[in-house]
Design a binder for this molecule. Structure first.
Ligand code: FPP
Length: 245
């Protein structure tokens, strides 16, 4: 508790990012280092996800977007996908059961259709059940890919033009933003990628035009509250100019 207070007061001198994105990477390598199956790495990553999402809410982050499963992750072996689906299901059941008094708004970004009926139902129940809350918005990116999101936006806008709802001459950047899964939310100020990889991996391509990236040399299961604090400190040292001088 003392440590938490110290961390909070440490952070109180810093500007908090309003929206943080996290590419939760390194579960497989974490497991390999321990001679464990990849699913053990995902289970450990699931625990870190619970700790870090709670911590972000506690310190006053308004939006957190976590990359849980990409449109490309379906290429993984079936047993790994099954283990991940079980992990998502367990978390979503737990979220419904235990977090009744929570303030976190749970949202999913990505196309829900490919998921099993019970997982889809849990996703909807979590979204519906947390809708009226006033706390941090937690976007869980599942079957999410930014290129796919942009294709979907183009289709929505095109059909708006076709049926006369959208004037083609009035299409601007805001029109694109308004047709993404993150419509109405601020763009991420900070995207953190643990595990030392310098890649964006099809995550929030449009939304990250002016995002600060922090790459950390920790595998996701080992990522701690202190690492999040450190990323926020690094973010505070950046001089954000948004294309100006
Ligand atoms: C990438 O690491 C991680 C994933 C594809 C899965 C992320 C999922 C979790 C952290 C589970 C928690 C999420 C919820 C919503 C309960 P990797 O497997 O590619 O790692 P590697 O690059 O070391 O192989």
């Amino acid at each position: 508790m003392a440590l938490f207070k110290k961390k909070q007061s440490d952070l109180s001198e810093l500007k908090l990012p309003e929206h943080i994105g996290i590419i939760m990477d390194g579960n497989g390598r974490w497991a390999k280092k321990r001679h464990l199956p990849r699913s053990a790495g995902h289970n450990a990553g699931g625990k870190t996800f619970r700790t870090i999402s709670r911590y972000c809410s506690d310190i006053g982050i308004k939006y957190l977007t976590v990359y849980a499963f990409s449109t490309e992750n379906w290429r993984r072996p079936k047993e790994e996908i099954d283990a991940l689906m079980k992990l998502f299901k367990d978390y979503l059941e737990e979220a419904l059961r235990d977090f009744k008094d929570d303030s976190i708004v749970v949202r999913f970004i990505g196309e829900k259709n490919p998921f099993s009926d019970d997982l889809k139902a849990l996703m909807l129940e979590n979204e519906e059940g947390s809708k009226g809350r006033d706390g941090m918005v937690l976007n869980i990116a599942m079957n999410y890919g930014s290129r796919d999101e942009l294709v979907r936006a183009v289709k929505k806008i095109s059909s708006g033009v076709k049926n006369g709802e959208i004037d083609i001459d009035l299409i601007d950047e805001q029109t694109i933003s308004d047709n993404l899964y993150t419509a109405g939310q601020p763009d991420p100020d900070l995207i953190i990628r643990p595990s030392g990889e310098y890649r964006i991996s099809n995550f929030m391509l449009w939304q990250s035009a002016y995002t600060e990236f922090v790459i950390m040399n920790k595998l996701w299961p080992d990522f701690s509250k202190e690492d999040l604090d450190e990323a926020i400190r690094i973010f505070n040292q950046r001089n954000r100019r948004f294309g100006g001088v």
